[in-house]
Design a protein around this ligand. Structure first.
Ligand code: DGL
Length: 276
């Protein structure tokens, strides 16, 4: 097994079903300005959140294989659905460590909360897996958790409808069950949701009648990556960096929306990943 410090000049690989993982990739780029990044958005097969765990695991393996073939030193799963279903098996005891988003998100939520119940908004797959409940209850067994599946947020984010009236209407419908629960913190448990943050904040404050903290796990994941690279002497020494962006379908359309969220996400390239 090659130690990470011997591969410290290699890129960090980040993948998601689509554009959502760019929220995580941009946080990593901000926290680690000397690292090369290789991003893969599986836009040909988005969304993952409504698919069976077996299918999500298969897609995730294809994505990891693609990133490993390009020699990344570390894979960050910038997708809650994959982190919920598949994280354990993706490293397969190989040389390339794999980090997910759920534990950092759960930790960040408990740190932000004023002690009240916590809500999790996620894909149907993430909510069904109860991965957030488990991660939160490992840290605080008594904490009430309300999990809500919000599948329509993913296409709204992919479409760039961040402040659209339709997004507000749909958010009201999804968040309505939180009224009267005393929730003080909401985890955006899907990496697409931070793209809709402004609308979600307004609707959440209104439904709950108080200021609610929205937790976007991107920053927490970036801190986890920093800690991990420091602990393994895997950080790249100061140098100029390259960020590359691959998608499995429609690079022009994806590139246009991606650049609106993260101006550095330019030159999105198309790639055919091997379907295993
Ligand atoms: N962005 C992903 C997540 O964090 C998946 C969204 C989807 O493809 O349904 O769960």
């Amino acid at each position: 097994m090659t130690a990470l410090r011997e591969r410290r000049d290699a890129a960090i690989g980040v993948f998601d079903s689509g554009l959502g993982g760019l929220t995580v990739a941009s946080a990593i780029a901000a926290a680690l300005p000397d690292e090369d990044l290789l991003y893969l958005g599986d836009t040909a097969r988005v969304p993952y959140g409504t698919r069976s765990p077996a299918t999500v695991v298969r897609y995730a393996r294809n994505n990891v294989a693609f990133l490993k073939e390009r020699g990344v030193k570390l894979v960050v799963v910038a997708c809650n659905t994959v982190s919920a279903h598949a994280l354990g098996g993706l490293a397969d005891g190989g040389d390339t460590p794999v980090l997910g988003v759920i534990r950092p998100g759960a930790r960040a939520a408990l740190a932000a909360s004023r002690g009240g119940p916590v809500a999790v908004l996620g894909t149907p797959g993430t909510v069904r897996s109860r991965a957030y409940e488990d991660a939160i209850h490992e840290l605080d067994p008594e904490r009430p958790v309300h999990a809500i599946a919000c599948p329509l947020f993913v296409p709204l984010a992919e479409e760039g409808w961040t402040d659209h009236a339709a997004t507000t209407l749909i958010a009201r419908e999804y968040l309505a069950p939180l009224a009267g629960t005393g929730v003080d913190t909401i985890i955006l448990g899907c990496t697409h949701y931070p793209l809709l943050q402004r609308t979600l904040r307004a609707v959440a404050d209104d439904v709950l009648g108080t200021h609610v903290t929205l937790v976007d796990s991107a920053t927490a994941v970036a801190s986890e990556v920093v800690r991990f690279l420091d602990a393994t002497s895997g950080r790249r020494p100061p140098s100029t960096t390259t960020h590359r962006f691959f998608v499995t379908d429609a690079p022009e359309r994806t590139g246009e929306v991606a650049a609106r969220f993260w101006p550095a996400a330019r030159g999105v390239e198309h790639v055919d990943i091997k379907i295993l």
